[in-house]
Design a protein around this ligand. Structure first.
Ligand code: C5P
Length: 232
């Protein structure tokens, strides 16, 4: 898989999602289905998007005891998605179990990536509420290493962390990075943002872009602008 732009389909209904995708007549963007859409519409929405020919990142961020995650991943493996994720905080045992559950009888499986620390968690919250006292950059790198040791394919992280994660975990270890904004756009609730051009320079493999595309007056033009800047 090469560098690409993944559109976050943060919609609350099938109708809105399919109406949005209908606007794309010439290309089939890689899309992300998250908790909001999945819990609203169930697995059928994933099948419908897949049937239209889109590649899919299923962003459900699983985190439970290893046996439960293994069985949940086995159920999700039937959905024919390209990337799926979980929380690295669930431990290496949970990540290994997830990988086992996700692997189909014929040996194929979606790519499995881990969330390190959510970009909504900062140093202060981590120390005061989670009692984790290491610097957040070290925590992110350590979780990425755990994910790699468990056999996972990469992590979700900030574009600002992509370079150090590649240096520590290998150039092939995927970095999938949200928090991307056009230089002339709104940042909304995202704190540490970078442009598609900068994400490319920093070594992100995939950028996840939601509102700058979904809320644009012309989403297809915004998507093309993103692809031109990130993929070239
Ligand atoms: O609209 P925006 O471009 O901010 O959307 C970013 C997407 O990436 C959202 O679906 C959000 O849930 C997701 N995400 C994130 N930060 C993380 C993990 C996921 O923004 N650390």
């Amino acid at each position: 898989m090469g560098k690409d732009v993944i559109i976050a389909l943060d919609f609350d209904s099938r109708e809105k999602t399919l109406a949005f995708l209908d606007r794309f007549q010439e290309e089939k963007p890689f899309v992300k289905v998250g908790m909001e859409l999945f819990y609203a519409e169930g697995p059928d929405i994933v099948r419908q998007i897949r049937a239209r020919g889109h590649r899919i990142f299923l962003d459900l961020k699983l985190h439970d005891i290893p046996n439960t995650v293994k069985k949940a991943m086995a159920a999700l493996s039937a959905l024919d998605v390209d990337i799926i994720n979980l929380h690295a905080a669930g431990t290496k045992a949970m990540m290994s179990a997830a990988l086992e559950g996700l692997t189909r009888p014929d040996g194929t499986r979606p790519l499995l990536i881990a969330v390190t620390q959510l970009t909504s968690t900062d140093q202060e919250r981590m120390e005061q509420e989670l009692l984790i006292h290491a610097p957040i950059d070290e925590v992110v790198l350590h979780y990425a290493r755990n994910a790699r040791d468990a056999g996972l394919d990469g992590v979700v992280c900030s574009p600002l962390e992509a370079g150090s994660i590649h240096a520590r975990c290998g150039a092939d270890f995927l970095t999938v990075t949200p928090g991307v904004r056009f230089a002339d756009g709104e940042t909304g609730d995202q704190k540490r943002v970078t442009t598609p051009e900068r994400a490319r320079e920093l070594g992100s493999d995939y950028i996840v872009v939601g509102r700058p595309i979904t809320q644009a007056d012309d989403p297809v033009a915004a998507y093309r602008r993103c692809v031109a800047a990130f993929v070239g």
